[in-house]
Structure formats: structure tokens, C-alpha cells
Design a protein around this ligand. Structure first.
Ligand code: COA
Length: 147
């Protein structure tokens, strides 16, 4: 896929640098990415130097741990999400979960567009007291042509 590569522990510093720019409030450092990237079932994708996604799969379920882009509204987030979903699906994943702040309108719009639906609410989940919406995507049906 154009511009998207699979990342490993050698990309931990680059991922940390991008994460800090995408999540200024709660950056994950290089050591955190080294630890994450050595976990079984982890898939990390980088879009050039301007976006990333981490998913962790266990059997037929996966979780999106983080996604961020530096140049927003260029289709990079959607491309990373689609490629991440395609790859885990190829490996047998059928259900994908994630948590997103109820105040995060861009992310909520992205996930909704990709077919995620609400599956729960975690009150005061974040350090700032914000709530988390739990979302779920059932990939038993094709994901390629959702609109
Ligand atoms: C959420 C995020 C990854 C989206 O990435 P992006 O590359 O800007 O998104 P895309 O350009 O691929 O947009 C895809 C779709 O998402 C929706 N969307 C994305 N940003 C949006 C915004 N600011 N307002 C409304 N809808 C938005 C739209 O439906 C869009 O499709 P469209 O452009 O055809 O209308 C990006 O805003 C980001 O990095 N945010 C900071 C980190 C973060 O909050 N990550 C999510 C944690 S759960």
C-alpha cells in the first residue's frame, strides 16, 4: 500500500516523536513503544513520517491502541485505519474494539465512517475526567465499501 510500512522496534523513536505531536497531552515515549512493539499480536503501521496506527490482535479479536496523524484531513487516518483493519482481518480477526474520548469529534467521525458502532461508555475514564466511548467493528461482513 502506498506510503504505509509496517513498523518494528527500530521505529520506536520515530513513533514516539509522532505520538508526541499527535497527543501533546499524553505522549508515549520511546521505551513505551519498544515495549509495545515486542508484544505478541502487535501490528504497527507508519504512513511516511506523518501518521501511525497500533493494533493488537488476540485470536479473532483486535484492539486499536492508538492512531494519530500530523497532517490532518488529508485522508491519512482513514488510509492507516483501512490498512490496519485489512491486515488484521487477513489474519483472522473478526471484531475490532477501541476507546475514544466522547469529546474527540474528528476520531468519532472517522470511526463512524469506517463502520464502528458504540458498545459501551466508561465514565471518567481519562485523567482529565472525560468519558470514553467504547466502539466495536464487526468484520464478518466486507469492510472495503462502507460509506
Ligand atoms: C482522528 C485522526 C487520526 C483523523 O485523521 P485524519 O487523517 O485527519 O482523518 P482523514 O483525513 O482520513 O478523515 C477521514 C474521515 O474522518 C472524518 N474526520 C476526520 N477529521 C474530522 C474532523 N476534524 N471533523 C469531522 N470529521 C472528521 C471525516 O468523515 C473524514 O472523511 P472526509 O474527509 O471524507 O469528510 C486525527 O484527527 C488525529 O490524529 N487526531 C489526534 C489524535 C487522536 O485523537 N487520535 C484518535 C484517538 S482515539
Amino acid at each position: 500500500m502506498n506510503g504505509i510500512i509496517e513498523a518494528g522496534p527500530t521505529h520506536a523513536a520515530a513513533l514516539a516523536a509522532m505520538h508526541e505531536l499527535a497527543f501533546a497531552q499524553e505522549p508515549w515515549n520511546e521505551a513505551a513503544f519498544v515495549a509495545l512493539l515486542s508484544q505478541p499480536g502487535m501490528l504497527a503501521l507508519i504512513h511516511d513520517a506523518d501518521g501511525f496506527i497500533l493494533l493488537r490482535a488476540v485470536l479473532d479479536e483486535a484492539e486499536i491502541l492508538t492512531i494519530g496523524v500530523l497532517e490532518k484531513r488529508q485522508g491519512i487516518g482513514a488510509a492507516l485505519l483501512a490498512e490496519g483493519l485489512r491486515r488484521v482481518r487477513e489474519n483472522g480477526v473478526r471484531v475490532v474494539h477501541l476507546e475514544v474520548a466522547t469529546s474527540n469529534a474528528p476520531a468519532l467521525a472517522l470511526y463512524k465512517k469506517c463502520g464502528f458502532v458504540p458498545s459501551g461508555l466508561r465514565k471518567a475514564y481519562y485523567n482529565n475526567g472525560g468519558d470514553a466511548l467504547m466502539l466495536r467493528l464487526d468484520m464478518a461482513t466486507p469492510v472495503a465499501h462502507r460509506s
